[in-house]
Write a protein that binds this ligand. Structure first.
Ligand SMILES: C[S@@+](CC[C@H](N)C(=O)[O-])C[C@H]1O[C@@H](n2cnc3c(N)ncnc32)[C@H](O)[C@@H]1O
Length: 252
């Protein structure tokens, strides 16, 4: 390696290579992405996503960024909730930007269906196509661990948020007990690549997904990174014993 390094699953690669490698993974999994999520998590990812949407509590007139939004699974939830609130209390339409650097994921999402509040853009979490201080909330769900320079993506979240804007991140994390860690390790390393091989004919991509989860910082270390990027009131909520965690903060 000649320049700075980045993790790609258990491998260390040149930082300049990581984005292309990750793009390859999501190009390959795009068409089966939603089905695979349901199979791998036995539907539990929906409950985690619902909990994040409830915490976000999208309001009419708000601008919300769904960064690394993929097929728009989160954005659709936000649009529905903002519309319900609008029907009750009135107000402007919410604006929900799905930004993802993988056009295949966005195409799969658009085919699945959009909402009038949603706009889709191909863009990088490290250089969002949005002005400074323009968003009321920023959400990144199962996206941050794929980004090459995580501190840069967090600073970018801070840049696009208005002062006081809400930051929410849903990501796989570290199970809180040794027993759960062992069971989860066995499941993820034995079962997930096997499901990937059988359902999507792609063991390698799912092996990467599992390895990238292991290399992601734990709850406390990631919370510290969020604070360093310019957020206050940083905290987290564990889901399913820490298999996933929702980190939250407010832009300073
Ligand atoms: C596991 S998917 C999550 C999709 C969606 N947020 C969800 O929860 O279902 C990860 C997404 O992150 C996107 N991604 C990875 N690196 C990115 C980056 N640097 N900028 C924007 N999107 C990125 C991938 O293209 C992929 O769509």
């Amino acid at each position: 390696m000649t320049g700075p390094s980045a993790t790609f699953g258990f491998r260390d690669v040149d930082a300049s290579e990581k984005a292309g490698l990750v793009r390859g993974v999501f190009d390959r999994v795009a068409r089966r992405y939603d089905l695979m999520n349901d199979l791998m998590s036995v539907g539990v990812h929906r409950l985690w996503k619902d909990a994040v949407a409830a915490r976000l509590n999208p309001q009419p007139g708000e601008t919300i960024v769904d960064c690394a939004g993929g097929t728009g699974d989160m954005a659709r939830r936000f649009a529905k909730m903002a519309r319900r609130a609008q029907e009750r209390r009135g107000g402007e339409d919410a604006k929900i930007f799905v930004v993802d650097y993988n056009a295949e994921m966005i195409m799969a999402g658009r085919e699945k269906g959009s909402a009038p509040e949603m706009a889709w853009a191909v863009g990088d979490a490290q250089a969002l196509p949005l002005p400074d201080g323009s968003a009321d909330a920023y959400v990144i769900s199962f996206g941050i661990r794929n980004v090459t320079d995580i501190p840069a993506a967090l600073r970018e979240a801070r840049r696009v948020l208005k002062p006081g804007g809400r930051f929410l991140c849903l990501e796989f994390s570290r199970p809180v007990t040794e027993a759960l860690r062992a069971a989860y390790d066995a499941y993820s390393f034995r079962v997930i690549p096997e499901i990937g091989a059988r359902v999507a004919n792609d063991r390698e991509s799912y092996q990467y997904l599992v390895e990238s989860i292991r290399r992601f910082p734990d709850q406390k270390a990631f919370g510290a990174m969020i604070g360093e990027a310019g957020f206050s009131q940083v905290g987290w909520t564990n889901f399913s014993g820490g298999v996933a965690a929702m980190h939250t903060g407010r832009a300073i």
